[in-house]
Structure formats: structure tokens, C-alpha cells
Design a protein around this ligand. Structure first.
Ligand SMILES: [Fe+2]
Ligand SMILES: [Fe+2]
Length: 307
């Protein structure tokens, strides 16, 4: 079969966008009205399942009281939410830059703006949830926040959308597990449900951008894209839990961080969360030697013996 022509590819690209625009018009949420923000939090409700807390199974965990374990889970859930909204802001920058560069009347451009609108509502929702939980909006560590300013400068095309997919799909996997868990705070579950529904469209769009973009790269460009996606993805997963969360249960942030990074349960959680997206990126040609050091450090590929 011959390779698709440029016109054919452009037509396909707009077709995907048209389908996603229709779906957005049919089903979108407004967290301001679709969440009962005045409902009291459930006494004793947890925010994440115990086995997803970064220190689960460590010596530090064994020394914690049941209340401290719930407290740390709440702070970690809020860290993930506040880092998640930071990812969304970086994605919005990328989408707006793409919109700026193209014909605003095309379905693809129209969809880019629709996705920005979704992410605006999500970021408000996550911020409001953190505030309701009464937790500091940690966000990423300062050095990583500064690096984030470079995201839409050093990455574009498949690597940019691929790194966004890592963030979206890793969070999606964790949120799906929690959405139907009755022990989790109803507020957290409703936030997760809304996010899962709308992210499904974002994932389709980004996967399409990756596949289409990879087909057009030269060998040098491909090597750069393989390097930069791995580098950014490592920061994506490493930034989810801000070490300051450990202070909420009297653990020195540096000590907690070290214990989490060395914790086989935590490493396995990251591998599990990336289990859906990594084979896709691999097949698309984005997982290659220039980025291997960073992929390994991210834990997304599992322990060295796993591959
Ligand atoms: Fe989102
Ligand atoms: Fe998204």
C-alpha cells in the first residue's frame, strides 16, 4: 500500500477533530454545577486507596498511625491534583500555540480551542477540590515548575503530545481505579468521574497527533523527539508527589522522598499506571535509545529485569 498523501492526512486529521467536536457538544460537564461543593466531606473517608500512597509498605508506613496514613493519602491526592492542573496549563499553552499557527476555521483548530475550554474547567475543578480538602496547593517542586516554562519551547509535535499522553493516561489509570471505590471521598470520586469522561477525547486527539506527526519526521528529528519525550515524561511522573506532603505527617520531606523513590510498591504503581500508554508510544516509534536513560529513571518501563 502506498503512503497516504499529505492531503489525505490533512483530511483524516480534520475528520478526527470533527468527531471529537460532536462528542464534546453532546457530553461536557460544568464542575461549577455538576459537583455539590457544599456537601460536607465524609468523616473517615479516604482520598486514595492505601496501596497507592507513595510510602505504602515501607518502614515509615509501618510506624504511621491509621489517621496519619489517611492524612498522607489526602495530601498526596491534592499534590497530584495541583500538579495535574499545572500539566493542563502547559497543555493549554501548546494547544494555543498550535491554534495561533493555523487557520482558525478548520475542525482541528476548533477542536484545539474546545480542549482548552475543557482543561480550563478541569483546572478550576482541581483547584477547588484542593481548597475544599483544606490542603496547600503544592504544585510541582520549584525547580520543575521553572523547567515547565520551557515545555512549549523545546517540545512540539509527537513528543509534546506524547508527553501529554503520559500525563493524561497515567492519571486516568489512577482515577479509574478510584472512581468506583466506595471508601473514597464522594467529592474525589465525582471529580475523577468528570475527568475520566472528558479526558477520553483528549487521549484520542493526542494519539492521533502522535501517529500522524511521527510519519513525517526525518531521522534526526526522530532522535530528538525520542530524547525530549523521555526527558519530559520523567519529570511528569517524578513531579506528581511534591515532597512537602511528607511534612503533613511529621516526616522530613527529603527522607520521605528517598523512601518513596526506593519503594518497590511505588515504582510498581508507576509502571502499572503507564502500562496502557507505553506500548502505544513504543509502537509509534517514540521510545528509542536517545531517551532510554530517562525512561528507566521514570520507572514507566518497570524494573530493568522486566524488559
Ligand atoms: Fe484535564
Ligand atoms: Fe486533558
Amino acid at each position: 500500500m502506498s503512503a497516504p498523501t499529505a492531503e489525505r492526512q490533512t483530511a483524516d486529521r480534520h475528520q478526527t477533530a470533527e468527531r471529537l467536536l460532536k462528542s464534546s457538544a453532546k457530553k461536557s460537564y460544568d464542575p461549577a454545577v455538576d459537583i455539590d461543593w457544599d456537601a460536607p466531606l465524609v468523616e473517615g473517608g479516604i482520598w486514595v486507596p492505601e496501596h497507592r500512597v507513595s510510602l505504602y509498605g515501607t518502614e515509615l508506613w509501618e510506624r504511621m498511625t491509621p489517621e496519619q496514613r489517611v492524612e498522607l493519602g489526602k495530601h498526596e491526592a491534592c499534590s497530584v491534583a495541583s500538579v495535574g492542573l499545572w500539566f493542563e496549563v502547559l497543555l493549554m499553552q501548546r494547544l494555543l500555540k498550535d491554534f495561533y499557527a493555523e487557520d482558525p476555521t478548520t475542525p482541528r483548530a476548533q477542536y484545539a480551542l474546545t480542549e482548552v475550554a475543557d482543561e480550563c474547567r478541569h483546572s478550576q475543578m482541581f483547584a477547588r477540590m484542593v481548597r475544599t480538602a483544606g490542603v496547600e496547593p503544592y504544585g510541582p517542586q520549584e525547580s520543575i515548575r521553572q523547567l515547565g516554562k520551557l515545555f512549549s519551547v523545546v517540545s512540539w509535535g509527537p513528543a509534546a503530545y506524547g508527553a501529554i499522553l503520559v500525563a493524561e493516561e497515567v492519571l486516568d489509570r489512577l482515577q479509574r481505579e478510584q472512581a468506583n471505590d466506595e471508601r473514597i471521598q464522594p467529592l474525589m470520586r465525582q471529580v475523577n468521574r468528570i475527568h475520566i469522561m472528558e479526558e477520553a477525547r483528549h487521549v484520542s486527539f493526542a494519539r492521533d497527533e502522535v501517529t500522524r506527526g511521527m510519519a513525517q519526521l526525518s531521522r534526526t528529528e526522530k532522535a530528538y523527539q525520542q530524547f525530549i519525550i523521555a526527558y519530559i515524561s520523567m519529570f511528569v511522573v517524578r513531579s506528581l508527589i511534591n515532597p512537602k506532603v511528607y511534612a503533613s505527617v511529621g516526616i522530613d520531606p527529603a527522607v520521605g522522598r528517598r523512601a518513596a523513590l526506593g519503594n518497590p510498591h511505588h515504582r510498581e504503581m508507576i509502571r502499572w499506571a503507564g502500562e496502557k500508554i507505553m506500548p502505544f508510544l513504543d509502537e509509534a516509534g517514540l521510545v528509542g535509545r536517545p531517551g532510554m536513560t530517562w525512561w528507566r529513571r521514570s520507572f514507566l518501563l518497570g524494573e530493568p529485569g522486566d524488559r
